[in-house]
Design a protein around this ligand. Structure first.
Ligand code: ADP
Ligand code: MG
Length: 252
C-alpha cells in the first residue's frame, strides 16, 4: 500500500472511532475554549463562571431523542449513542460525560422511581445523602444524575469514618425503631450515639425517619456511590427511587 493508501486507512479508523465527532471544533462559534465543550443543549452560551461540562457525544440529538415514543425506542437510541454503565430492574444508567449519567426508565417502575429521585433531590435537608439530579424529563422518562464511583468497604470507612457493617446495623435499627417491625441488630451503644452526632450518618437516619424510607436497600453497599463535593469525596445514595409508595404500588 502506498503512502496515500496508508493515510486513507488511518483516517478511516479515526472516523470510525468517532474521533472527529468528539474533537472540539475551534471554529464553531458556540465552542467555549474555557470550558472546552459546547454549551448545554438548548442554550447558547455558558453562564459567566460556570464550569459545568455538557458532553453528550455530538451524535446525540436531544430533539431526536425526545421524539421517541416507546421505552424500547429510547433504549435503542441510548444504546447506539451512549455508553451503558449498568442496568437495574427499572432503569438503565448511561454515561453522559465524566460527571453525569442518564438514568433511563425501562418501564413504569422506572417512571415512578425517576419521579421520586427528581422530587427528593430538591430537598435541602437530605442533599448531603442523596445523589444530585440535574436536568430531567417532565414525564419522568429520564433524568441526569451526578456520576458516582462504586464504593468499596474501605472507601466507606475512609470517607465516613465508620465501618460499613456497623453502619448497616445502625440503619437497620433506626428502621426497626421507627417502623416497630423487624429485629434489631447488635451495635455498640456509644458507637450508635456517635453516629447520631455525626453529620453524614445523622442526616441518613433523619432521612429514614422523616421520609419513611425502607432500609433493606440502604444496608447494601451497591446502593451508594462516591461523588466529589466541594470538600472532597462524599458517599451518597444513587438508587433512592424506591420509596414506600412506589414499593407498595409497584413491588408488592
Ligand atoms: N449516579 C450513578 N452513577 C453511576 N452509576 C449509577 C448511578 N445511578 C445508577 N447507576 C448504576 O446503574 C444501575 C441501575 O440504576 P438503579 O438506580 O439501581 O436503577 P433501578 O431503579 O433499576 O434499580 C445501578 O446498579 C448502578 O450500577
Ligand atoms: Mg437498583
Amino acid at each position: 500500500m502506498g503512502i496515500r493508501g496508508i493515510i486513507r486507512e488511518e483516517l478511516k479508523k479515526l472516523i470510525e472511532a468517532d474521533y472527529y465527532d468528539n474533537f472540539p471544533d475551534f471554529f464553531d462559534p458556540l465552542y467555549n475554549p474555557q470550558v472546552g465543550a459546547y454549551p448545554p443543549v438548548g442554550s447558547h452560551s455558558y453562564g459567566p463562571g460556570t464550569l459545568v461540562r455538557e458532553d453528550y457525544p455530538s451524535s446525540w440529538d436531544v430533539e431526536e431523542f425526545k421524539k421517541l415514543s416507546s421505552f424500547n425506542a429510547r433504549i435503542k437510541y441510548c444504546e447506539e449513542h451512549l455508553q451503558r454503565i449498568s442496568s437495574g430492574s427499572a432503569r438503565i444508567a448511561y454515561k453522559i460525560d465524566d460527571q453525569k449519567v442518564l438514568k433511563l426508565a425501562k418501564n413504569k417502575k422506572g417512571l415512578a422511581q425517576n419521579n421520586v429521585e427528581i422530587t427528593q433531590s430538591g430537598y435541602g435537608d437530605i442533599d448531603g445523602v442523596v445523589a444530585q439530579v440535574f436536568e430531567y424529563d417532565e414525564d419522568n422518562l429520564w433524568l441526569e444524575m451526578e456520576l458516582a464511583r462504586k464504593v468499596k468497604k474501605s472507601d466507606f470507612k475512609r470517607i465516613t469514618g465508620f465501618n460499613f457493617d456497623d453502619y448497616a446495623a445502625a440503619i437497620n435499627n433506626v428502621g426497626v425503631e421507627h417502623s416497630r417491625r423487624g429485629y434489631k441488630m447488635q451495635i455498640d451503644g456509644d458507637l450508635f450515639q456517635e453516629m447520631w452526632e455525626d453529620e453524614f450518618t445523622s442526616e441518613m437516619f433523619n432521612y429514614i425517619v422523616g421520609y419513611e424510607v425502607p432500609t433493606g436497600d440502604l444496608m447494601r453497599l451497591s446502593t451508594y456511590g462516591v461523588v466529589k463535593r466541594d470538600w472532597g469525596d462524599s458517599i451518597v445514595i444513587i438508587d433512592y427511587g424506591l420509596d414506600k409508595d412506589v414499593r407498595s404500588s409497584h413491588y408488592s
